[in-house]
Write a protein that binds this ligand. Structure first.
Ligand SMILES: NC(=O)c1ccc[n+]([C@@H]2O[C@H](COP(=O)([O-])OP(=O)(O)OC[C@H]3O[C@@H](n4cnc5c(N)ncnc54)[C@H](OP(=O)(O)O)[C@@H]3O)[C@@H](O)[C@H]2O)c1
Length: 153
C-alpha cells in the first residue's frame, strides 16, 4: 500500500493544574499525543511514497512563546513533544522527499472542547487541507495555524 498523505490526528486533552498534576493523565496524553504520531509514522514509513506529506495535528498550546495562561500540563507538554518529534521527522525524512508539518487546527467545535470552539470542524478541515497541499521540501518542519498563519515555537 502506497501512502501519499498521512494525517496523525488522534489526540486527548486533560485539564491538570499546578496543584493537581495527575501523573497518569499526563503520561496518557504524552503517549497518545506525542509517542503515538511518532510510532505510527515510523511503522508506516516504508509505505510513504517519495514526495509524501505527513501532517501532525498539534496545538498552539504546545508553543512556549504562545503560553500566556499556564496550566494544562499534560496537553502542553505532550504537544510540545510532538512539535519536537515533528521537526526531527522533517529532517530525518527529507532525504526521501517526505515533508512533515505541525498543524494547529484552530479552536474547533468538537467533543474535545465540548463543542465550544469558534470554527466548525468542516472549516478547520478545509484550512488544514490547504496547508497540506502547500507542504513540500522547502517548508517541511513548519508550524502553521490552519488559517495559514505561521506560529511561534
Ligand atoms: N478541538 C480543538 O479546539 C483543538 C485545538 C487544537 C488542537 N486540536 C487537536 O486536533 C486533533 C483532533 O481533536 P478533536 O478536536 O477532533 O478532538 P475529539 O473530538 O476529542 O476527537 C479526538 C479523536 O482522537 C481519537 N483518539 C483519542 N485517543 C485515541 C487513542 N488512544 N487511539 C486512537 N484514537 C484516539 C478519538 O477516537 P475515539 O472517539 O474513538 O476515542 C477521536 O476520534 C487532536 O490532536 C487535538 O489535540 C484540537
Amino acid at each position: 500500500m502506497r501512502i501519499d498523505v498521512l494525517i496523525n490526528n488522534a489526540g486527548v486533552l486533560g485539564r491538570e493544574d499546578f496543584d493537581n498534576p495527575d501523573p497518569a493523565s499526563i503520561e496518557h496524553q504524552f503517549r497518545v499525543n506525542a509517542l503515538g504520531p511518532l510510532l505510527v509514522t515510523q511503522h508506516l514509513s516504508s509505505n510513504l511514497s517519495k514526495g509524501a506529506r505527513v501532517a501532525m495535528i498539534t496545538s498552539r498550546m504546545g508553543s512556549m512563546a504562545d503560553n500566556g495562561s499556564g496550566g494544562y500540563y499534560g496537553y502542553r507538554m505532550s504537544k510540545a513533544a510532538l512539535n519536537a518529534a515533528g521537526v526531527s521527522m522533517a529532517r530525518d525524512l527529507a532525504g526521501r522527499g517526505i515533508a512533515v508539518a505541525l498543524l494547529h487546527p484552530g479552536y474547533v467545535q468538537t467533543e474535545m472542547v465540548n463543542h465550544g470552539g469558534d470554527v466548525s470542524a468542516e472549516d478547520a478541515a478545509a484550512g488544514l487541507i490547504k496547508r497540506i497541499d502547500a507542504l513540500g521540501p522547502d517548508n517541511s518542519g513548519s508550524f502553521w495555524h490552519a488559517n495559514g498563519e505561521s506560529l511561534p515555537w
